[in-house]
Design a protein around this ligand. Structure first.
Ligand SMILES: [Zn+2]
Length: 370
């Protein structure tokens, strides 16, 4: 639940950076004609709200994105298990484009999409896929930024593509040597594709990687969790770069970090409408994965949730005023409805100007949650 509170905090930061977005209203404004309710899921020791507007933005919203990626990760894992149980392999193909400081992210994404299209249409790529016994793919789009690395080379958008292979393929086709041959052939196509899209020549070291099932499993197990892990170790010089939610963390820690805010704004603009995970046609069906939209996932009622109680609109405005959306859920999850109402009494009138002494929230948190 503390992680959940942290997500609300980051969402506040994001909302201040892009106040006109739907995300800035997410879990703040009441949904049309609905009452604000708090639910508890005893099995997981969590609590959540209903009756509020949600944005379902995987890119901008730390709260919705966590909820969506949890489910998407489960889908990927299940698809992988089904495919492997059928005797198939899963390869992980990573495609990176040359990039440098000063690149405009939106242009980079357009060029990257152009290169990718060219790559899949190439005769050599198609030949390799046939040899691999290709069934379909799931493509994940990710981006990091290298402003903290020693050689700041700007935005680093990349694709991780899970290739579901091994259908009717020769058993020897999964050998290391064969995989290296495929990687070489695909790298040459990727070079042509990047040059065609005006991106320059990708390096042999970073441009294209074809990994086997083990790397693919590791990737899937951790997918969507990169942003949940503590980034205390993320210091100057780290090669991995910052994710967009790291920018929010940076602003939360140091509000004078204007660069982080500007980069998050550029990211949100460039990624608007982009899909995070793209399954090739027919693959979900072939691997028995239900097709559910991001909106449906966010709206989906959690199973076994128990209604704790209602908040009046005035109470909700108090909660927003003192920035306690996460804290209220924490109290609900760990304690009882009685304690939630006690807390609401303490902050009563905050939205109309009643002064809540600074430090009171910290105190309440300590008393109620220790
Ligand atoms: Zn949201």
């Amino acid at each position: 639940m503390a992680v959940k509170a942290q997500r609300f905090k980051l969402q506040n930061v994001a909302a201040a950076i892009i106040p006109d977005s739907r995300m800035a209203k997410c879990l703040r404004l009441r949904a049309h004609n609905q009452e604000i309710k708090i639910w508890k899921v005893n099995e997981y020791g969590t609590a959540h709200y209903t009756g509020l507007q949600t944005c379902s933005s995987v890119w901008e919203c730390p709260v919705c994105s966590a909820k969506i990626s949890e489910r998407r990760r489960a889908e990927l894992l299940s698809a992988m298990c089904v495919h492997q149980a059928n005797g198939g392999n899963v390869h992980l193909l990573t495609l990176t484009v040359p990039h440098q400081r000063g690149d405009v992210l939106k242009e980079l994404l357009d060029q990257q999409a152009k290169a990718l299209k060219r790559f899949w249409n190439d005769r050599v790529t198609k030949g390799v896929l046939v040899e691999m016994g290709y069934l379909g793919q799931v493509r994940a789009l990710e981006v990091t930024h290298g402003r903290k690395s020693l050689r700041n080379n700007g935005w680093h958008p990349h694709f991780h593509i899970l290739l579901f292979t091994g259908v009717g393929a020769d058993a020897k086709a999964s050998t290391l040597h064969q995989r290296y041959q495929w990687q070489l052939a695909l790298y040459e196509v990727w070079v042509k594709a990047c040059e065609y899209a005006g991106l320059g020549t990708p390096s042999f070291q970073h441009g294209l990687k074809l990994d086997n099932g083990k790397k693919a499993s590791n990737y899937v197990t951790k997918w969507g969790l990169q942003d949940e892990m503590t980034k205390a170790h993320l210091k100057k010089g780290r090669a991995g770069g910052e994710t967009p939610f790291d920018f929010l963390r940076a602003v939360a820690e140091d509000s004078s970090d204007k660069q982080a805010a500007a980069l998050f704004r550029e990211f949100a603009h460039a990624f608007k409408g982009k899909r995070q995970l793209v399954w090739s046609k027919g693959l979900k069906k072939a691997l028995a994965v239900e097709d559910v939209s991001d909106e449906q996932l966010v709206e989906r009622a959690e199973e076994e949730a128990e209604l704790m109680g209602y908040l009046t609109y005035e109470q909700w405005r108090d909660v927003l005023k003192v920035d306690a959306r996460g804290l209220v859920l924490e109290i609900a999850a760990k304690r009882s409805w009685y304690e939630v109402t006690r807390f609401l009494d303490v902050i009563e009138g905050a939205h109309t100007g009643t002064v809540i002494p600074p430090g009171l929230l910290v105190e309440v948190r300590e008393i109620l949650l220790c």
